[in-house]
Ligand binder design. Structure first.
Ligand SMILES: *Cc1c(COP(=O)(O)O)cnc(C)c1O
Length: 380
C-alpha cells in the first residue's frame, strides 16, 4: 500500500538546490551585490545551526558580546563559554529591547570583542530588537554579528545582508507556518573565513557547517553529501511557496495586526492583565506576552493558561518558561494563527479564566470591539 508520507522518491541535488534558492530569495540574499552569503539548509530544529554557528566561530581566543533579551541568549552564552570563549553578557529585562546605544557602550567597554550574538525576535518573551541599528554599530567595530531570526522571519522585515548580519539562522516553524525539523544558516564570506580559520570548530561532525560548505557548496552543488529529509524539505518548499503566494507584506501585516490587536484588546478588558513588553515598538509581531500580576492571592500565569486551555484546548496559549511561568502568558499568534478570530478567542478565553479565578468582571465586548477595530485599521 502506498502512503502519502512514505514511498517518496529521493530528493535530487537539483531539487535541493532549488529549495536553497527559494530560501535565499526569502532572505534577499539572491540579489547581485547582496554580500555573497552562502546558506546551508540543515535538517534539524533551529538549535542545530545555532549551535553549529557558535561552535564554528568560537574558541579560546574569542571575545564575545552576548546580548541576552530572552532565554535563547542565555543558551548562546552557555555554548560560547563551553567553547572557551571570553563572554561578556549584555542582559536587558525581558519587557524591553536592547538599543544600539547599549551595544555601542558594551563594545567600547570590551574593545577586543570579535563576535556578537543577538536574537532578533524572542517568541518566548515577546520582544524584538532593532537589528539594523545594532548591525551598524557591530560592523563599525569590526566584529562578526550572529542573529537568531527564527521567530522574526516572515513576521517582520529581515534583511541580513543590508543589516550587516554575518551569521543568520532561521527556522520554518513560526511565522512561515512550516515544519520544525528543518532550518537554515546563512553566512557571509567573513563568517566562512572565521570558521575556516578556527581550529577548535567542528569538522567531520553533524554540527559542522564547514562540512556542508566543502562537500556541497564548494563542490558545485552536484552531489548531496547525505540524503535530505524529504518530508521536511518538501514542507519547507511548500511553506515558502505559500508565503510567496500570500505575499510577504500581507503575512507581515497579519502578524503586526495580531500583536497590536492583543495589546488593544488587553487594554479594553479592564483587568489587571497588561502587555508584558511595555512599549509597543519593542513588541514582537510573532507573539504577544501578557503580564499576570503576582499578588499571592490571584491566579498565576500557569493556572490561568491551564484554565483557558481546559475550555479551549486549541488556542495558542502558553505560560512563560521556567520562572516566568508565574507572571507571563504567551499568545503565540504566528503562521496561520496570526488571525483576527484567534486573537479574539484567545483574549476571551484569558478573560473568562481570569473572571472564574477572581470573580472580577472582564469587558470582553469592549475587547472584541478593540480587536475588530485594530484589525480593520491595519487592513488599510
Ligand atoms: C522558536 C525559537 C527557536 C527555535 O526553538 P524551538 O525550541 O524549536 O521552539 C529559536 N530561537 C528563537 C528566538 C525562537 O523563538
Amino acid at each position: 500500500m502506498t502512503h502519502p508520507l512514505l514511498d517518496l522518491t529521493p530528493l535530487t541535488a537539483h531539487h535541493f538546490a532549488t529549495i536553497e534558492r527559494k530560501v535565499a530569495a526569502l532572505l534577499g540574499l539572491d540579489a547581485p551585490g547582496s554580500g555573497g552569503h552562502e546558506l546551508v539548509v540543515t535538517q534539524g530544529e533551529a538549535l542545530l545551526p545555532l549551535e553549529g554557528c557558535i561552535r564554528g566561530v568560537a574558541g579560546p581566543g574569542t571575545v564575545a558580546l552576548n546580548i541576552v533579551t530572552g532565554p535563547y541568549g542565555q543558551t548562546f552564552g552557555n555554548w560560547l563559554r563551553d567553547c572557551g570563549a571570553t563572554v561578556h553578557d549584555l542582559a536587558v529585562p525581558f519587557d524591553t529591547a536592547v538599543s544600539a546605544a547599549q551595544v555601542r557602550e558594551a563594545l567600547a567597554a570590551h574593545p577586543e570583542t570579535d563576535f556578537v550574538s543577538l536574537v532578533h525576535a524572542e517568541a518566548a518573551t515577546g520582544n524584538t530588537n532593532p537589528v539594523a541599528g545594532i548591525g551598524e554599530v557591530v560592523r563599525e567595530h569590526g566584529a562578526l554579528l550572529m542573529l537568531d531570526a527564527v521567530a522574526s522571519v516572515g513576521a517582520e522585515p529581515l534583511l541580513p545582508a543590508e543589516w550587516g548580519v554575518d551569521l543568520c539562522v532561521i527556522g520554518a516553524q513560526k511565522a512561515l507556518g512550516g515544519p520544525a525539523g528543518v532550518s537554515v544558516a546563512a553566512l557571509s564570506p567573513r563568517a566562512w573565513e572565521r570558521l575556516e580559520a578556527n581550529p577548535a570548530g567542528p569538522r567531520g561532525s553533524y554540527l559542522s557547517l564547514l562540512d556542508w560548505k566543502h562537500r556541497w557548496i564548494d563542490a558545485g552543488r552536484k552531489a548531496l553529501p547525505h540524503a535530505p529529509a524529504q518530508l521536511e524539505m518538501l514542507a519547507l518548499e511548500a511553506c515558502l511557496e505559500r508565503f510567496a503566494a500570500e505575499g510577504p507584506d500581507l503575512v507581515r501585516g497579519r502578524h503586526a495586526r495580531a500583536a497590536a490587536a492583543v495589546r488593544a484588546g488587553l487594554a479594553a478588558l479592564g483587568t489587571p492583565l497588561t502587555p508584558y513588553v511595555t512599549e509597543a515598538r519593542d513588541a514582537a509581531p510573532v507573539a504577544t506576552t501578557v503580564r499576570v500580576p503576582v499578588t499571592g492571592t490571584g491566579p498565576d500565569a500557569a493556572t490561568l493558561v491551564a484554565k483557558a486551555l481546559a475550555a479551549h484546548p486549541s488556542l495558542p496559549l502558553a505560560a512563560g518558561g521556567g520562572a516566568l511561568a508565574a507572571e507571563m502568558v504567551r499568545v503565540n499568534h504566528y503562521g496561520p494563527l496570526a488571525a483576527e478570530n484567534v486573537v479574539r478567542d484567545s483574549l476571551r478565553a484569558l478573560a473568562a479564566a481570569w473572571s472564574e479565578a477572581t470573580g472580577e468582571r472582564a469587558d470582553t465586548r469592549a475587547a472584541d470591539r478593540a480587536v475588530a477595530e485594530t484589525w480593520a485599521a491595519g487592513q488599510a
